[in-house]
Design a protein around this ligand. Structure first.
Ligand code: MG
Length: 312
């Protein structure tokens, strides 16, 4: 049964020009869900939830969002790291890809902590095709790409590459990971580097898609490690039509995506309703409007897989 998993089919991913390609050199587009800040909604960081996201939602990737601060990894390193390890191990067992996300808006101010963390993750997981590293969720608007964000990425990448020569590293860009065009004009000189593009459909529209097109024309590969169907706040109105425009754009350009987020928070972008089971098996009544919309698209896009999940 393992042979039907997405990782069995596509294997080790790499960046070729402005595309992410699979073991056969063919462009690959992954679709999945991001978990929420690990310190605030950590109950979904378990194998049952990951298995449900794989088999029922048909995610081919999940994103584990290591909350750095407040009250995150810097304060409780062992506790928050264990949540990430649990999700990565579950994703590996389920045969899907998994993004290890340093979920932070000021990562360049604590480079040493990120370097140590990603070095450890690379030693632990660098031989597996499943793992994708994301060293900097969303740098702020005021942070310089060339002077702050890029040097930070280079420090983390150098450490990852000591242990893992090849897995993809998706690098966050300025303005909450929107300025992929700017990054493409001063790209990072390592192999298998992609750039993070985030959008919230009610807020970010054609002008952001145009920046993405510019970046691809400049030769870099993109990955949407997080998007919302809502306003940039994660709340407010869902824009179904604009989300569909984005999905079409991402399909046309083989860009992978993860939806924000697997959370039962009271906000429009959350996929689950308050109190939804921590262990998956969510019924209709536990899924929000955004969650249903995204789940339908995931199930439309991805064939069913039946994975014989291991128990740890
Ligand atoms: Mg590797």
């Amino acid at each position: 049964m393992e042979s039907s998993s997405v990782v069995a089919r596509h294997g080790k991913l790499r960046v070729q020009g402005n595309r992410i390609v699979d073991k056969n050199g063919k462009p690959v587009q992954l679709h999945g869900m991001s978990l929420f800040w690990s310190q605030w909604i950590g109950q979904y960081y378990n194998a049952d939830a990951v298995n449900w996201l794989t088999n029922d939602w048909r995610c081919t990737v999940v994103r584990a969002a290591l909350a750095v601060e407040p009250d995150g990894y810097l304060k409780n390193p062992a506790k928050e790291k264990q949540k990430i390890i649990t999700v990565v191990d579950a994703a590996v067992d389920a045969g899907i890809y998994v993004i290890i996300d340093w979920h932070d808006h000021n990562a360049h101010q604590k480079t040493d902590a990120a370097v140590r963390f990603f070095g450890e993750m690379a030693r632990r997981y660098g031989k597996l095709p499943n793992v994708i590293y994301e060293p900097y969720n969303e740098p702020l608007d005021k942070t310089s790409w060339s002077k702050e964000i890029k040097p930070y990425h280079e420090a983390v990448i150098r450490e990852i590459r000591r242990y893992d020569p090849d897995n993809i590293i998706v690098c966050g860009t300025r303005t909450w990971s929107q300025r992929v065009d700017e990054a493409s004009e001063d790209p990072i000189k390592f192999s298998n580097i992609a750039y993070t593009l985030h959008f919230y459909a009610t807020t970010h529209r054609q002008s952001l898609r145009d920046m993405a097109t510019t970046a691809m024309k400049n030769g870099v590969a993109l990955m949407v490690t997080e998007f919302g169907t809502t306003e940039a706040s994660g709340d407010g109105v869902i824009d179904y039509e604009e989300t569909k425009k984005w999905w079409k754009f991402l399909d046309d350009n083989d860009i992978s995506w993860c939806n924000w987020s697997v959370a039962d928070k009271v906000e429009a972008a959350a996929a689950l309703k308050p109190g939804a089971s921590a262990r998956g098996k969510w019924k209709e009544a536990e899924i929000t409007a955004s969650g249903k919309f995204v789940r339908d698209e995931l199930r439309r896009k991805n064939p069913p897989t039946k994975i014989a999940t291991k128990q740890r």
